[in-house]
Design a protein around this ligand. Structure first.
Ligand code: KIV
Ligand code: ZN
Length: 526
């Protein structure tokens, strides 16, 4: 049996469903290029029917990124047609369609009696919808993946029927998602083994798994499924995704690499690009990586106690099962400064995974020299922050032109801001409970709307007196939330930038959406 595992990356689709993580088209393109450098086999680039922005991002990625590009579609003609239109330019493309198969989902989504009078009839309706969807997708594309949503909680007999029907209809990959992160590793691998026994045409398709992390078992379940015969694993960089996220790409891949003795499987992943990918995804989504996160957390290779440090000095293997270099963490720190030229900056950014057009380079170089004037020494960490914060803002609707704050022990904090909104600039002042509140109030006045701030955090992201302060916040608009991230050596400015970034993400996400598109969500039935 083939021992190569296909890595299907869904950072740009399931990952982007993480609360607040709305990426713009430029950010998605950059991440997609980085995923290609990482050498993932399939990039699920988005859910094209859900919004014009999603459609455009998938189409741009299909037009220029070298991997199989997949687009998600519910089992509906319009979804499948849109998915096809979005991926058709890619040299290698896939349509990924899905139906819900557990009784929980069938009862929840297909309650109306037009889908059947009882669960048995409703189940048959779902099988027919799945067949129709796969057959329709096959009229466009030779590579069609079918997912049985909530397979983890689906009755095995019925699951086998659905999977067999999907393969019969032309599915080339059949995905078994543990949508709610409910299963345990032994249970999940038993499910895969049982499907291999019961589905008579199973050899005609690749078995895939897609595990969520609600019990912290997504990677364990994926590994267990591979041992049972799955040959595609769906995962995301940093494990981001719905709720507690998806299986983390870096953890799954490194588990295979480190434990070759027990796991004789390989992937095509270039592990030395893992760290760049992790930093880029975190920078653009505003989702920070917990320090103790395996493989890519700040402490993943830090040895604190004396005994450990001593052991490490004598022999690295005492406490390390892989080296930082294996996953692309650089040992030597490269420092740039105010005398570094454009060329040096561009070369270093390319090594960190960022591609820049001439215009973007001009903009970045200006930001870099401003920073170098303040900081003297500019490290990789500063450059990544600059890229995550500033550079891909071409479609921003509102920008901070100017900020002034008046505060003191006995003064009422007062802020004045000048905001560029499309072609005009608006200046407003406001007071607040503190300087940050005053800035937010002044921005609200300038924009004529107030946004609910769900969370707000400040931290220092580089070291020393000139450390950069990072503000992370989330605003809510109805059912969706949007992360904003701002970085500056001045934390009040960082907060203003974070607030404006969240507002820009909200506006980018809603501009051009008509009423029907706003209602399209993965949880919708049909
Ligand atoms: O978790 C899930 O079931 C999904 C499907 C759409 C594959 O994301
Ligand atoms: Zn999922």
């Amino acid at each position: 049996m083939n021992q190569t595992i296909i890595i299907f990356d869904t950072t740009l689709r399931d990952g982007e469903q993480s609360p607040g993580a709305a990426l713009n088209v430029y950010e998605k393109l950059e991440i997609a290029h980085q995923l290609a450098r990482l050498k993932v086999d399939v990039i699920e680039a988005g859910f094209p029917v859900s919004s014009p922005q999603q459609f455009e991002a998938v189409k741009r990625i299909a037009g220029e990124v070298n991997a199989t590009i997949a687009a998600l579609a519910r089992a509906k003609e319009l979804d499948i047609k849109k998915a096809w239109e979005a991926v058709r330019e890619a040299p290698k493309k896939r349509i990924h369609t899905f139906s819900s198969t557990s009784d929980y989902h069938i009862i929840g989504k297909f309650g109306h009696e037009r889908y059947g009078r009882n669960i048995a009839e409703k189940r048959q309706t779902v099988i027919q919808m799945s067949i129709d969807a796969v057959q329709y997708a096959r009229t466009f594309c030779g590579d069609v993946e079918f997912s049985a949503e909530d397979a983890g909680r689906t009755d095995i007999g019925y699951l086998a029927e659905v999977i067999e029907a999907a393969i019969e209809a032309g599915a080339t990959t059949v995905n078994i998602p543990d949508t709610t992160g409910y299963t345990l590793p032994a249970e999940f691998s038993a499910k895969i083994k049982e499907l291999k026994k019961r589905v008579k045409n199973i050899d005609q398709a690749v078995i895939s798994v897609h595990c969520h992390n609600d019990l912290g078992l997504a990677v364990a379940n994926s590994l267990s499924a591979v041992q049972a015969g799955a040959r595609q694993v769906e995962c995301t960089v940093n494990g981001i995704g719905e709720r507690a996220g998806n299986a983390s790409l870096e953890e799954f891949v490194m588990a295979l690499n480190v434990r070759k003795d027990l796991l004789p499987y390989s992937t095509r992943i270039n592990t030395r690009e893992i760290y760049n990918a992790s930093k880029m995804v975190s920078g653009f989504t505003g989702i920070i990586v917990q320090p103790n996160k395996a493989i890519v957390g700040d402490n993943a290779f830090a040895h604190e106690s004396g005994i450990h440090q001593d052991g490490m000095l004598k022999n690295r293997e005492t406490y390390e099962i892989m080296t930082p270099e294996d996953v692309g963490v650089q040992k030597t720190k490269i420092v740039l400064g105010r005398h570094s030229g454009r060329h040096g900056l561009k070369a270093r950014l390319e090594e960190l995974g960022y591609r820049l057009s001439e215009n973007e380079l001009d903009r970045t170089y200006k930001l870099f020299t401003d920073l170098a004037d303040k900081k003297k020494e500019v490290f990789d960490e500063d450059l990544r922050i600059l890229m995550g914060d500033e550079v891909y803002k071409q479609n921003d609707h509102v920008m901070l032109e100017f900020l002034q704050v008046h505060l003191g022990t006995h003064a009422i904090p007062t802020a004045t801001v000048k905001i560029k909104r499309e072609a005009e600039s608006v200046q407003e002042s406001a007071t607040g409970d503190g300087p940050v509140d005053a800035v937010f109030n002044a921005i609200d006045r300038a924009l004529g709307s107030k946004f609910k701030i769900e969370s707000y955090q400040l931290r220092s992201v580089t070291s020393g007196r000139q450390a950069m302060g990072e503000a992370l916040l989330r605003i809510r608009n109805g059912e969706k939330s949007y992360n904003g991230r701002g970085v500056s050596t001045d934390i009040i400015e960082a907060s203003a930038k974070a607030y404006l970034q969240a507002i820009n993400r909200l506006q980018n996400d809603t501009v051009g959406k008509d009423k029907t598109q706003e209602q399209v969500a993965l949880s919708d039935a049909v």
